[in-house]
Design a protein around this ligand. Structure first.
Ligand code: 5GP
Length: 177
């Protein structure tokens, strides 16, 4: 079973996914990206960090099941990430790539995570973004929300533990069938 988790940037998707890894045996797909490695990130674990040239070579070789440009960087999921895995597979994707993949593979399970606008604004502020960036992200979030109905599950991230439990329940419930 393959799960795609998505949602507007700032809704707490990363924290939820990190916490999930403490509770459930899952293969977290490792994407390729052209963005700079952030402090604490490990090549091959958080991402495969590659140059734009390497990324374009991989596109030409038909290596990716999907890829997108997000901000200044490219992000892509290698086909090898979803093949021959014993565990449940989880992909963490931005909304465009996630929605395209879900349309292409309707048997994948889509989970859309969101929060209300005030909380989103607050979280982006805490991350240190300026007002114009926050306005852009809020606009983008509203566009991304238009895709929400295409997802099998919508989760409102009010409380981390509740959201994590909801996702675990979804996975256990579907895996038992
Ligand atoms: P970040 O740069 O903060 O790690 O990730 C930025 C966005 O890219 C996040 O929303 C993340 O889910 C998304 N992302 C990570 N890997 C992939 C991928 O392989 N494909 C797509 N479409 N989005 C990705």
């Amino acid at each position: 079973m393959i799960y795609i988790i998505t949602g507007p940037s700032g809704v707490g998707k990363n924290t939820i996914i990190n916490e999930l890894s403490n509770h459930i045996n899952i293969h977290f797909s490792v994407s390729h990206t052209t963005r700079e490695k952030r402090q604490g990130e490990v090549d091959g674990k958080d991402y495969f960090f590659v140059s734009e040239e390497e990324f374009k070579n991989l596109i030409d070789k038909n290596f990716f099941i999907e890829f997108e440009q997000y901000g200044d960087a490219f992000y892509g999921t290698g086909k090898d990430q979803i093949k021959n895995k014993k565990e449940v597979i989880l992909l963490d994707l931005e909304v465009n790539g996630a929605t395209k993949l879900l349309k292409q593979y309707p048997h994948f399970i889509g989970i859309f995570i969101d929060i209300d606008n005030d909380s989103l604004k607050e979280r982006l502020k805490i991350r240190g973004h300026d007002n114009s960036f926050i306005q852009e992200r809020m606009k983008l979030a509203n566009l991304q929300r238009e895709k929400k109905h295409l997802y099998n599950f919508n989760i409102k991230n009010v409380d981390l533990n509740t959201s994590v439990k909801e996702i675990i329940d979804i996975i256990y419930d579907l895996e038992e069938r």
